[in-house]
Design a protein around this ligand. Structure first.
Ligand SMILES: Nc1ncnc2c1ncn2[C@@H]1O[C@H](COP(=O)(O)OP(=O)(O)OP(=O)(O)O)[C@@H](O)[C@H]1O
Length: 886
């Protein structure tokens, strides 16, 4: 790299280095005219990250400085690309118009943007919150706070231990995590499950006094203290606000409230469960195919964000859940109302984020148009609700008797519609923001400016005639102002009174007194237009800023109704039922379906099933059945129905009774973590350990095939002990799917456990899945039949069938090793007899063994499915075996 320039070399570089000194951890975008330039190491990093050409200042000189730049107008896209890669960007602006400053233009860092501190809604996902999260340790507990600067929401809670903290960080899906001293370990775990998140360790502890000072300064004195939040949660909230304030050059972030919540108020979903159940993302990271994608019919950004939050933190309070169900029910039973409000919501923009942009002074004229249009739709929403014939509508939507349905913000709407031109440009500096008729003085100067332009056209026509140059043109540039342009061939006709201004390739540019006078008038009128417009626009903005909290409240209410009407739409389309929610320990589902799988299955092909668990009685279901029968689907659908019910949604079932669940814990499917150094078995065991550690009597536990990844004995023993512990010690509602049929015997000694199986039938060698749940253990595994479905070659299948039938009869392994496995009652469970000792194969001669094996293979061969090539291969194999018997 080039040698670093002496900081004192030029005033510009001195200015740059001073700004950079204060923002060492950010890439400094230094405004130079129409470009943002990056220098030194920043230039090298940005050039690599953005695929820019790396150039240099003072090229070839000893003090050459690496440099890279992006055009000012396209900066937003480049900045977003840097944020996506986890960088922080400091934006250093010119603080005065360069044409009006003598000497160096003053420059200052006006803001810092980070992956989680972005106000520009054009570059962030409208349907997801973007959280800056802080975690602070205090006496072994963890305070967690989340700030979304784009919506102004700040919330905080305290987790009792590391697992609890991790679950909450994952649920918040922190984009950026600020880690206080003592919380490093939980941050590392978080980084392992969310590798895209940016984790920033904070060197210094945030003391209580400093935290309270920040909170008082931003939220108002005493506000945070009165919230009753634990001090670790307050420290975390202050940490978020401190960082947000630093990013805005000391300006207060527009946050008015701290929402404090307890983790016991929500149904806890740890990281494994969130991903196993594919709540907001599928296992491969796609949002399509998730539960959220299935049920998100919301029309607005705030509605979509609220639904996502609710799905990831369902409630545990019965009355609050019922209130949400009431709202959904209202829109289910009033289809006309539902259709009307949903169509109106389609016209409403993201009022929540628009309000925040107003608060931080970044609302564009187009934003004001969008806000005005949104507010215009509100009276119709209020009217639709008012006209609802259902007398309980008010109560269902939580509107106090006599209170208005909605603050329709008529005053703000009126001001916006009157003041802002519906065709306003994106940038206020382009002019034309204020609507004609709003202000007399502005209309007057505008007429003047327009007249000026007419006069220019008139002058051009007159000059053309006077000097007899038909191609003569009056033109304007920012640098040269107005001029007369005459092509080279006509320059001799230019009157003596004209003054030469510039010579270009094919023309000469002149000016004359008349043009100068007119240009002066014009410039003056345009300046006055701009000045008046700016003044008026600022007035409108000021009056709106005073109502930011009001707008946020309206946005919040609309979001609730958007969610309720969307869930009602889903319930109507997919035939969902209102669940009965109470404080019992029961879970009864009649004709339950999996919300996502049922949509993927051909119409009417999904088989509904009943489930009834009760922690005080039959609480542990052992589920057996062939592969592909639908065990995992069934268990997941039970968990999803509980989550949907407690989130406030109707559920895919004919009837459901849900006794409140405090946490859903799952260990489902293969989620290898090989990249993080764990084997499949280790992942499975860690997840099982987590389930056992965290489950309470009120939890719902779903375990799929524990103990697969190790030897049969170890696996079975672990599975058995886990099932016993769930039944005897924890005593929660649980479903346990297994291929260890031995485990089904647990029911003979445990009264609270029961066997269930998902049925399948073999018909003419083909396996038919019935997907129907029935009481009792499965009689067969159909593993080989499933392997055939998967396309295992017939030659291999034939061998597998031979081995299976040998093993079922208790024969030793083909190696001749005696079956050391446990002997069992073969008549009762032939399919399980991996463990029998079998006929005395050891007593056979090698020829007898070979003949036996070939006969077995022939017997189990499905000749209808054998290809000619496989038949030939088999004959060749047998011939070889006969030639040299085993
Ligand atoms: N109730 C149902 N009705 C219709 N199709 C179903 C039903 N349940 C499951 N299926 C279909 O069967 C497929 C296999 O289901 P699932 O993965 O739940 O089986 P499984 O018994 O857990 O299998 P394995 O033991 O191999 O893990 C699903 O992808 C789905 O398409």
């Amino acid at each position: 790299m080039a040698k670093q320039q002496d900081p004192a070399a030029t005033p510009l570089m001195r200015q740059y280095l001073t700004a950079k000194e204060k923002h060492k951890d950010a890439l400094l975008f230094f405004r130079l005219g129409d470009f943002y330039e990056l220098f030194f190491e920043d230039a090298v990093i940005a050039a690599r990250a953005l695929e820019l050409t790396l150039t240099s200042r003072n090229k070839g000189a000893e003090d050459e400085i690496p440099m890279a730049g992006v055009p000012y107008h396209a900066a937003a896209t480049y900045i977003q690309r840097l944020l996506d890669q986890g960088f922080k960007v400091a934006i250093c602006e010119q603080m005065a118009d360069p044409s009006k400053v003598k000497g160096i233009v003053p420059r200052e860092v006006v803001r810092v943007v980070t992956p989680a501190i972005v106000y520009d809604d054009a570059t962030i996902d409208a349907r997801t919150n973007l959280y800056l999260v802080a975690v602070e340790e205090g006496a072994g507990r963890f305070g967690i706070a989340a700030l979304d600067v784009s919506t102004g929401e700040l919330s905080a809670c305290e987790a009792a231990d590391r697992d609890g903290a991790l679950g909450e960080l994952v649920r918040l899906d922190a984009r950026e995590l600020l880690v206080g001293p003592g919380a490093e370990a939980v941050a590392e775990q978080f980084a392992a499950v969310r590798p895209r998140a940016v984790v920033r360790k904070q060197a210094a502890a945030l003391e209580e006094a400093a935290a309270m000072a920040t909170l008082d300064a931003i939220l108002g004195a005493g506000e945070a203290g009165a919230s009753g939040a634990p001090i670790s949660a307050l420290r975390a909230a202050a940490r978020c606000l401190d960082v947000a304030r630093e990013c805005e050059a000391g300006q207060k972030p527009p946050v008015a409230r701290l929402e404090v919540y307890g983790l016991d108020e929500t149904l806890l979903l740890d990281d494994a469960t969130q991903s196993h159940l594919e709540l907001v993302r599928t296992m491969d990271g796609d949002t399509r195919g998730s539960l959220l994608a299935q049920i998100d019919e919301t029309k607005t950004g705030p509605g979509a964000r609220l639904l996502r939050r609710r799905l990831l933190s369902p409630l545990t309070h019965v009355s609050e859940i019922r209130r949400r169900h009431d709202a959904v029910e209202l829109f289910v039973t009033q289809p006309g109302l539902r259709a009307e409000v949903r169509s109106l919501f389609g016209r409403v923009s993201d009022i929540e984020r628009l309000a925040m942009k107003l608060a931080v002074g970044r609302a564009s004229p187009r934003d004001l148009v969008a806000l005005g249009r949104s507010l215009e739709a509100l009276p119709a929403v209020a009217h639709a609700l008012e006209s609802c014939p259902d007398l309980s509508a008010r109560e269902a939507l939580g509107i106090a008797p006599g209170a208005p349905w909605l603050d329709v913000c008529a005053d703000l709407c009126d001001e916006l519609v009157r003041a802002i031109d519906p065709d306003a440009p994106v940038r206020a500096s382009d002019g034309g923001v204020i609507r004609a008729g709003y202000d007399l003085a502005l209309d007057e100067v505008r007429t003047l400016a327009r007249d000026g332009q007419r006069l220019i056209v008139e002058l051009e026509t007159r000059l053309r005639e006077e000097v007899q140059i038909p191609s003569l043109k009056l033109r304007f540039t920012r640098v040269f102002g107005w001029y007369v342009e005459v092509t080279r061939s006509h320059t001799s006709k230019a009157p003596k009174t004209w003054r030469r201004k510039q010579t270009v390739a094919n023309a000469e540019r002149f000016t004359c007194d008349e043009l100068d006078e007119l240009a002066d008038k014009l410039a003056h009128a345009e300046d006055r237009c701009m000045a008046r417009e700016t003044e008026l626009l600022n007035g409108v903005l000021r009056s709106l800023v005073a109502h930011v909290e009001r707008l946020r409240a309206v946005a919040g209410r609309l979001a609730e109704w958007d969610v309720a009407s969307a869930l009602a739409e889903v319930a109507h389309r997919n035939d969902y039922a209102r669940p009965v929610v109470d404080d019992s320990l029961r879970l009864v589902i009649e004709d339950g379906r999996h919300p996502v799988v049922e949509r993927l299955a051909a119409a009417g092909r999904f088989v509904p099933n009943d489930v009834a668990l009760d922690a005080t009685a039959e609480r542990l279901w052992l589920l057996t059945g062939p592969n592909m029968a639908g065990k995992s689907t069934l268990m997941r659908q039970v968990a999803l129905i509980v989550i949907l019910a407690q989130a406030g949604s109707f559920v895919p079932a004919r009837r459901a009774e849900v006794g409140i669940v405090d946490r859903v814990l799952t260990r489902v499917g293969a989620s290898d973590n090989l990249a993080k150094g764990d084997s499949t078995f280790m992942v499975e065991m860690k997840e099982t350990a987590n389930v056992l550690r965290r489950a309470t009597r009120r939890s719902l536990v779903v375990l799929d095939e524990i103990g697969r990844g190790t030897s049969t004995y170890d696996g079975l023993s672990i599975a058995w002990a886990v099932a016993e512990h769930l039944h005897d010690v924890i005593g929660c509602r649980a479903m346990f799917a297994t291929h260890y049929h031995e485990l089904t015997e647990l029911c003979t000694t445990r009264s609270g456990s029961e066997n269930f199986s998902v049925s399948a039938r073999e018909h003419e060698g083909t396996l038919i899945f019935l997907h129907k749940l029935q009481r009792g253990a499965a009689s067969r595994s159909y593993g080989v039949a499933c392997a055939r479905l998967a396309g295992i070659p017939e030659i291999v299948l034939a061998r597998a069938r031979t081995l299976l039938s040998d093993l079922e009869r208790g024969a030793p392994l083909p190696s001749g090793a005696p079956a050391s496995l446990r002997r069992r009652d073969r008549a009762a469970r032939p399919q399980l007899d991996l463990f029998g000792s079998g006929p005395d194969r050891a007593a056979m001669t090698p020829e007898q063994k070979t003949a036996h094996d070939i006969a077995e293979a022939l017997r189990s061969l499905d000749t209808d499915r054998l290809t000619p090539l496989e038949a030939l291969q088999l004959v060749a194999t047998w011939k070889k075996q006969v030639a040299s018997p085993a």
